[in-house]
Design a protein. Sequence first.
Length: 328
Amino acid sequence: MSVNSAFGDYQDTIDEDPDVVAVARGRRGLVKTAFGGEDDVTENFSSGSLRRATQLKPIHDLDMVVVYDADAHPTRGQDGDSAEDALVHVQGRVNTLLGYTNGTSSNLVRLAKVRNHSVKCFIDAPDSGFTVDVMPALRQADGTLLIPEKLSRKWVPADPEYLIRQVQDRHDTWKHYRPMVRVLKDWRLDAAVNMSSDVKSLVIEVLALTCLPTSGTRAQALAKFFEAAIDATYQPICDPANLCGEVQPDLDYIGLRAELEKAAEHASNAVLCEQVNDIANAKRLWRKVFGDDFPAPDGEPTLGAGAAAAGAAATGLGYQPVKDSPQG
C-alpha cells in the first residue's frame, strides 16, 4: 500500500459515518425551518465545523445563527439587558417551535438553556448527547454580525461567515484541504495529552488557514504545515476575521510548539523516505505523528542507518532533526 493510500485509509478511520452526518444535517434543517417562519427573522444559517465540513467525529453539536430584524427589536445592539433579553427570547421561541412535547414546527428539543452567546438546545437527553446552539444576531452595514454577550451585557462583533468562505476557497483550490483539517484536528487530541491545556479545534482551523498548503500530496502538505505552524505559535492565534481576539487565551503555546516540532521532524523524515521509495519507514514515521490508527507496514523494518544513508544519497538531504527557530 502506498503512503497516499494509507492516508486514504486513515481518513476513513477519523471521518464521521456519512449516515451520522446526514442525521446531524437533518436536525439542523429542522431548526432552520422553524426559525425561517418567524416574522422578525430576516435570515438564519448554519455555522460551525459541520457547515465548513471540518468536523471531527463524534458530532456532538451544531451551530445556528438567527439574524433578527433590528427594526422589530430596537433595543437590541445596546449595552445592558438587551443581550440577555435576546437570548431569553430565543429560548422561548425554541420551546414554542421545537419543544419535545408540543413544538409547533417539530418535536426536537428536550431542554433549552441560555448560555453566554447562544441558547444550547439538548436533543437526545438533558445535559448530555447531541445539542444545537442557536445564536441570535443583528446584521451590520458592513455585512458582519453583532451577537449578544450575556456576561458582559454587551453586543460584540463577529463574522463566522468569513471562516466559512476561507475554508471553501481553499478546498476549491485543493480537494484535500477539508480532510487534512480533520486529520490535524485528530492529531491535536493526542498532542494535548502532553500539554497543560487542551487545544481547541478552532485553533487548528486558524493555523491551517496560513500554514497548510493547498497543493502537493497530503504528506507533503502536512509536513509543510507542521514546519510553518511552529513559527505561527510565537504570536497569539486570533480570530481570522480580526474581530473576536485570541481564539484560546489559556492555550499552552510552549507545549503546542513542542508537539509541532516533534511532528515536523517525523513528517519531514517520512517525506524523505517516500522520495526514495522507503514506504515502510515512511508509514512508521507517520504512525509516530498520528498514532496506531495510521496504517502500519506489513512486517518491514523500522528506520535504520541504511535507509537514512539511501535517503541522503538520493536527495542530498539527511534525516536530521528540525532546526531551531531563530527565536530559540
